[in-house]
Design a protein around this ligand. Structure first.
Ligand code: HEM
Length: 150
């Protein structure tokens, strides 16, 4: 598997898990168990009192790094078409926006409009990473297959 395919597939997988965890944070009402930003009350140490929110933030950090790496390698690659570059730039901007918005959601004590915007931006982000992955698969399909050694 090529680096770009691997990066976009792992970004999409981790992002999907993050959206799932985010839904759980929201539905179970634990969104303010970690009221500080950027770290929880015990710094980098997790604690039972805010473990779900702690996981949401940690996975968000990992997702951010993966998506920024995906964008950087897409922009660097000579094979990536224009549409793929645009999709990865939007994904990079959306992940930074989403992490910033996550902080604002906390500071504004879960304002309904902000939580809704957080969900909506998550959908835009997911679509752009999916699009990047589809382009990556298309590049792989077009590559000539190396002849097998007899
Ligand atoms: C790529 C990064 C992120 C993604 C994709 C993401 C996604 C989501 C999603 C889909 C939800 C559920 C929203 C709903 O059901 O209405 C959610 C909830 C939440 N997220 Fe994030 N999130 C990210 C980063 C962050 C960060 C960095 C924070 C910072 C603290 C954060 C704080 C929250 C909180 C507090 C909730 C629960 C809101 C509530 O109780 O209704 N998120 N997130």
């Amino acid at each position: 598997m090529r680096l770009l395919t691997a990066l976009s597939l792992s970004s999409l997988t981790v992002l999907f898990s993050l959206i799932f965890i985010g839904g759980y944070v929201s539905a179970s009402g634990v969104g303010l168990t970690c009221p500080d930003w950027p770290l929880c009350p015990q710094g980098l140490m997790p604690h039972d009192d805010f473990i779900i929110e702690y996981i949401h933030r940690s996975v968000a950090a990992a997702t951010g790094l993966l998506i920024i790496a995906m964008m950087a390698f897409t922009l660097k690659s000579r094979e990536s078409p224009r549409g793929m570059k645009i999709a990865s730039i939007i994904a990079g901007a959306a992940v930074i926006g989403q992490i910033t918005l996550g902080a604002v959601v906390i500071v504004e004590r879960l304002h309904a409009l902000l939580v809704t915007a957080h969900l909506a931006l998550g959908i835009v982000l997911f679509s752009m990473v999916l699009l990047t992955l589809m382009y990556a698969y298309r590049i792989e399909d077009k590559r000539p297959v190396a002849p097998r050694a007899q």
